[in-house]
Design a protein. Structure first.
Length: 100
């Protein structure tokens, strides 16, 4: 099992475009043995210490293996809507991990 944490920073005013992309991309995860474990929008007062800018959203997703994640990233139906992601996301940080 692999875990992917993503800190997502969106472009100002692109919240609806980002949500549109998420409505398409999120259901596809399960096609590749993946599971959305957490999707949250942190509030300013939820940070005790941080040297990073507050992300718009934080996602935690699991996949059975790296191969499944790679196949999700190459999914043709997802790729058709990547322009929404590119339009709405300024930057993101993706962290790959495993359960200890």
């Amino acid at each position: 099992m692999i875990y992917i944490t993503q800190l997502i920073y969106i472009r100002e005013g692109q919240e609806k475009t980002f949500d549109e992309f998420e409505q398409i991309a999120m259901p596809i995860i399960s096609n590749y043995h993946g599971k959305l474990l957490i999707r949250l929008r942190p509030a300013d007062d939820s940070f005790l210490v941080s040297s990073l800018e507050k992300p718009y959203e934080i996602h935690l997703v699991s996949f059975e293996n790296q191969h499944d994640f790679n196949n999700f990233m190459k999914d043709e139906s997802r790729k058709k809507f990547l322009y929404l992601k590119e339009q709405s996301i300024r930057t993101s940080i993706m962290i790959l991990g495993s359960k200890l």
